[in-house]
Design a protein around this ligand. Sequence first.
Ligand code: SF4
Ligand code: SF4
Length: 92
Amino acid sequence: MLCPKCNTPLVPDDGRMNSTVTSLKVKPSSSRSESSHMEVNEDLCVGCGLCARECPQHAIAIIDKKAHIDFSKCICCQICAETCRKGAIKIL
Ligand code: SF4
Ligand code: SF4
């Protein structure tokens, strides 16, 4: 497309626009959930069981007074992290 007043091209015609668009491609929204998981800091966990009671997936077991997450059940809803008063569970 040319400028109607000076006839200068308004859009670069050397492929730069295409390379810019390519670099802005967004990762699929599922990429975070595939790599994220919950982690229990055993130094902070006191084994109170509050997270296990609140987990909607029943994915947490208290073993030897520490919370253990079954990743085959966990859906990373983060309710356990919000529930834990010790800040022992985080999403990574
Ligand atoms: S709520 Fe926190 S301190 Fe209590 S068992 Fe779960 S991770 Fe441990
Ligand atoms: S993130 Fe949700 S599903 Fe996973 S262990 Fe915590 S409360 Fe349960």
